[in-house]
Design a protein around this ligand. Structure first.
Ligand code: SAM
Length: 370
């Protein structure tokens, strides 16, 4: 009885989430807008492999001739963006519950030379066949929208090769309590994400609330261009069909019980500068909790993981990684130079850093200094 109620409940959550993403594909940037793919410098399998290399281990993407990559919950943009970073030998399996997302992602990637496999499916549904022996999994901003994230993590783990890497982003639930209050208020007011007049009413309310509270304005204002005036992202933030309220201790326990080891945390906004580089030394739970509690850390958790594997005695030969030469004349990522320590770096040095980054990823430089 309990079992069938649970599975009904989980079916319901997935159905509602699917409905949302069929109506509002994500992130729904125009299909013809040029994208700065450099900004995804930390989103691909080679970056995750480098983090493992820093620990003296070799990720399967660096040794397997064919290294399948799974994007679990790919949305409409990631397959295209990642195709610029993944070597051509890495087939990209793009899976999403929303057919509309897959159609858009597929259209966007029409001219890319990579091998793509497109699948509309629910990663929680055990009847849905996912690719086996994947070398890297990307599930960015997906797990907290699932009915049973813990089970899904185990399932993803089971489809990875030992030692394979994974990148996830899960919400920083503590930092989102104000969003949750608004989500609840909109539900209580009976506003529907599928009615444009209701969305307009919600937007008017948010705009009005900014005039009442400077604290609220401080939070809402940065959302102006990216979220408030874009219905798909507005619904994703304030009307989501499912946003599990799970704290970092839940996630770390879920990773551990799925036999996934945390190898690094990407501190996008430099909120953890007082700790040892979190990308190379995963922070302790108590250090994260205390910084979430007093709002020193408000970003979501962007975490790199690896499927635990026995220490290998054999050293498999590394394959050659080569980036297209034209990448070296692309501008380096803007994000690198938004920090106080980096924003005055001259252009020539920016390019040198960019080229060094490529050399590091292709394995031709010694390890980073922690
Ligand atoms: C917030 S979006 C993130 C999309 C993409 N990862 C990105 O970063 O741009 C969440 C995505 O997960 C997908 N999704 C949600 N539940 C899913 C499920 N059970 N199986 C497969 N995809 C799912 C949604 O359709 C949506 O594309």
């Amino acid at each position: 009885m309990m079992e069938s109620t649970n599975s009904l409940l989980s079916l319901d959550i997935n159905t509602r989430v699917k409905m949302q993403y069929e109506a509002y594909p994500y992130p729904d940037y125009s299909l013809f807008i040029p994208l700065r793919n450099q900004e995804a410098y930390a989103s691909h399998s080679l970056f995750a492999a480098q983090l493992l290399r820093e620990k003296g281990r070799t990720a399967p993407v660096l040794t397997q001739a064919k290294a399948p990559i799974l994007i679990a919950g790919c949305g409409d943009i990631l397959p295209f963006v990642l195709s610029f970073w993944e070597p051509i030998s890495h087939a990209i399996h793009a899976v999403d519950i929303s057919e509309r997302n897959i159609q858009r992602a597929r259209f966007r990637s029409l001219l890319r030379p990579n091998t793509f496999y497109w699948q509309v499916g629910n990663i929680e549904d055990t009847a849905f066949k996912m690719p086996e022996n994947t070398c890297h999994v990307d599930s960015y901003g997906v797990l907290h929208h699932l009915a049973n994230p813990k089970k899904a993590l185990q399932r993803l783990h089971d489809h990875m090769l030992p030692g394979a890497t994974m990148r996830v982003m899960v919400y920083n639930s503590g930092a989102r309590s104000w969003i949750r209050h608004l989500q609840k208020a909109f539900i209580l007011l009976g506003l529907s994400p599928y009615d444009t007049t209701d969305l307009d009413a919600a937007l008017r309310l948010l705009t009005h609330m900014q005039t009442l509270s400077p604290m609220f304005k401080e939070r809402i204002f940065p959302m102006k261009s990216g979220i408030l005036h874009h219905s798909a992202r507005f619904v994703d933030t304030f009307f989501h069909a499912r946003e599990a309220r799970l704290s970092i201790d839940f996630w770390l326990e879920a990773f551990a019980s799925a036999d996934l080891e945390c190898i690094g945390l990407f501190d996008r906004y430099a909120e953890l500068d007082d700790l040892k580089n979190p990308l190379l030394h995963f922070p302790k739970l108590k250090d994260l909790q205390s910084r979430v509690n007093d709002r020193r850390f408000e970003n979501n958790f962007e975490i790199f993981l690896t499927r635990k594997a026995p220490v290998s005695q054999t050293t498999e030969p590394m394959k050659k990684i080569k980036f297209p030469t034209r990448w070296s004349i692309k501008m380096p990522p803007k994000a690198w130079f938004t920090y106080t320590e980096t924003n005055a770096i001259p252009l020539a040095m920016r390019f040198r850093l960019w080229w060094t980054f490529f050399k590091t990823l292709s394995g031709s430089l010694p390890l980073l200094d922690a």
